[in-house]
Write a protein that binds this ligand. Structure first.
Ligand code: ADP
Ligand code: MG
Length: 253
């Protein structure tokens, strides 16, 4: 049985009369690639914002492993290993791919008091960056200035930047947004492969059903702030409530 990485207990959030999160109870397991889906306004972003710490919950609790993180600010969650990548591109366009990855790697090594060793010969940091480049498939682009990358590769680099912080749990917000089909397949295969290494647990917010069903171990469906379905792709695909919510949209079986 996989270890519990995140436990969400009775989480609620309202915006005026809108219930954006309604008594959400979920337990996420280490190494299980989980997708969160739902129509526009379902409460996906609200949930991710509460879990990553940028939005306070009205009521409820969140535990990361055994630690109650309900009231922790974002940076303390990041220090514990709970990170998110934003929908906005957050790389430095004037810097090379390598330097974009080196920066967070050095920062995280500093945090673990290895900065001086890393700076002295930088071998450790460079080795780590080489590994990330390899994992995200951007080895050939190491010396390319980030702004010269295709949009899709910039999104891939973003995932790399997030990985450099060595997260144990990483939320990816629509990682394929704005990508062409070839880039989509590549980043998805990368995420799948990274997930199988079990060093980082991935939770993906995604609206493309084909992507979700081809990628995920587990799918959680939100609607009006409530969890209406939760299970394997097969279970969720065949769930009558899910079919109703997505009526008129493709739920390919
Ligand atoms: P999703 O990401 O699934 O599209 P959201 O979490 O963004 O959904 O929104 C859920 C509901 O909460 C929607 O009805 C939305 O209009 C409302 N909402 C989200 N953020 C705010 C906010 N800051 N102020 C007011 N209403 C909000
Ligand atoms: Mg959203």
């Amino acid at each position: 049985m996989a270890l519990e990485i995140l436990k969400i207990v009775n989480l609620n959030k309202s915006f005026g009369r809108v219930k954006a999160a309604s008594d959400i109870n979920l337990t996420l397991q280490e190494g299980v690639l989980t997708s969160i889906i739902g129509p526009n306004g379902a409460g996906k972003s609200t949930l991710i914002n509460m879990l990553s710490g940028s939005l306070p919950a009205d009521t409820g609790r969140v535990f990361f492993y055994e630690t109650d993180i309900t009231r922790l600010p974002v940076h303390q969650r990041v220090q514990l290993g709970l990170c998110r990548s934003f929908q906005l591109v957050n790389i430095f366009p004037e810097m090379t791919v390598l330097d974009n990855l080196l920066l967070p790697t050095l920062a995280v090594n500093k945090r673990t008091r290895r900065l001086f060793r890393a700076l002295r010969n930088e071998t450790g940091a460079h080795r780590e960056v080489a590994q990330i480049l390899d994992r995200i498939g951007l080895k050939e682009e190491a010396d390319t200035v980030a702004s010269a990358l295709s949009h899709g590769d910039q999104r891939v680099l973003e995932v790399g930047v997030a990985l450099a912080a060595k997260p144990r749990l990483l939320f990816l917000d629509e990682p394929t947004a704005g990508m062409n089909p070839v880039e989509r397949v590549r980043i998805l295969e990368n995420i799948r492969r990274l997930s199988e290494k079990k060093e980082t647990t991935f939770v993906i917010v995604e609206h493309d059903m084909d992507i979700v069903f081809s990628l995920s171990d587990r799918v959680i469906v939100l609607h009006h702030g409530e969890v209406i379905a939760d299970g394997t792709t097969e279970e969720v695909k065949n769930d009558p409530k899910v079919r109703e919510v997505y009526l008129g949209q493709e739920v390919a079986v």
